[in-house]
Design a protein around this ligand. Structure first.
Ligand code: ADE
Ligand code: ZN
Length: 339
């Protein structure tokens, strides 16, 4: 139980059917699994034990996290590694009441090490099929381009993924935001849209509000990942409200990466109360100290969210998913019944 959280709200959070739309599957690699896979493949990690690795999760900004996150990817080598990674996430997500998840994956962090695109997507799709059979959960994949790499590399990645076009629903943009504006990838995203792919982008996490505007105008983003710096531009907030652009906010990530100093200072509640379609996600839960229900609980306690606000948060996520309207209607009915 999170300190300061009303027990009724705690129970509501447990009951709420949740949709998770901002989750990097590589960010679910728990230290114990990293060590097991390292042993399997004869890879040496920079830390002597899982406990020592976990103790190193003391980040001061996005880049200090990304350095460890990309190093961890080195243990993911064959199709079964990707299957096992996603299977472990689905087990935890199911326990948290997640009914649907849209998983980001970073193929460039694997193909650059000689792992084939088909190995990554094949393993993740096997876990999705198993989670559906075992838990009735649904999931989709979103391929993210690493924004610290070149436009040319992103184009090559899109090309390599096209043979698997029916196995992922969209493309996104992640990695180090500062100095890597959405405009750098406008032509790649235009090509992705041409293939009917859905569009999301990380923007306004560490980067300025102008990057959110670029993601909307130059990439055609339908959802903004993070987006918390939108409140530096009132006209942008008004646009997000009017156009109902969802923000996939990740409160514990923002805390761990020092985007906010204290969860009590997070603008999640303020944005929600201004009418922005914000929702709660876990981002890289193995690194940030909590999966999605932990994020709901910590945010509700720190910001004094009400039952109605928690329900609205869950509704925002359900409405923003890349699924058909009749599926969303089913989730919305279940959310209403959780009250
Ligand atoms: N890759 C994994 N997690 C990320 C985050 N929070 N921001 C940008 N890129 C990421
Ligand atoms: Zn993210």
């Amino acid at each position: 139980m999170v300190a300061g959280l009303d027990p009724d709200l705690d129970r509501l959070i447990t009951r709420l059917p949740k949709v998770e739309l901002h989750l990097h599957i590589e960010g679910t690699l728990e230290p114990e699994m990293a060590f097991a896979l390292a042993a399997k493949h004869g890879v040496t990690l920079a830390y002597p034990s899982a406990a020592a690795l976990r103790a190193a999760y003391d980040f001061h900004d996005l880049q200090s996290f990304l350095d460890l996150y990309y190093a961890g990817c080195a243990v993911l080598r064959d199709e079964d590694d990707f299957r096992a990674l996603a299977a472990a996430y689905f087990a935890r997500a199911h326990a948290d009441g997640v009914v649907h998840a849209e998983l980001f994956f970073d193929p460039q962090s694997h193909t650059s090490r000689g792992v084939a695109m088909g190995t990554v997507i094949g393993g993740l799709r096997r876990a999705i099929a198993d989670a559906h059979a075992q838990y009735g959960m649904t999931a989709e994949l979103i391929l993210c381009f690493l924004r610290h790499l070149s436009e040319e590399d992103a184009f090559a990645t899109l090309e390599a993924a096209l043979p698997y076009r029916d196995q992922f629903v969209g493309v996104g943009l992640d990695s180090g935001e500062r100095g890597n504006p959405p405009s750098k990838f406008a032509r790649v995203f235009a090509a992705a849209r041409g293939h009917g792919l859905r569009i999301v982008a990380h923007a306004g996490e560490e980067g300025p509000a102008a990057y959110i505007t670029e993601a909307l105008d130059l990439l055609g983003a339908e959802r903004i990942d993070h987006g918390v710096r939108c409140d530096e531009d009132d006209a942008l907030v008004a646009r997000l409200v009017a156009a109902k652009i969802p923000l996939t906010v990740c409160p514990l990530s923002n805390l761990k990466l020092c985007v906010v100093k204290d969860l009590a200072e997070h603008n999640f509640a303020a944005l929600l109360r201004r009418g922005v379609a914000v929702m709660i996600n876990s981002d890289d839960p193995a690194y940030f100290g909590g999966y999605v229900a932990d994020n709901y609980r910590a945010t509700a306690a720190a910001l004094g969210l009400t039952a109605d606000e928690l329900i609205l948060t869950a509704e925002h996520a359900a409405r923003a998913a890349f699924v058909k309207d009749d599926i969303k209607a089913g989730w919305l009915a279940r959310i209403a019944a959780a009250r």
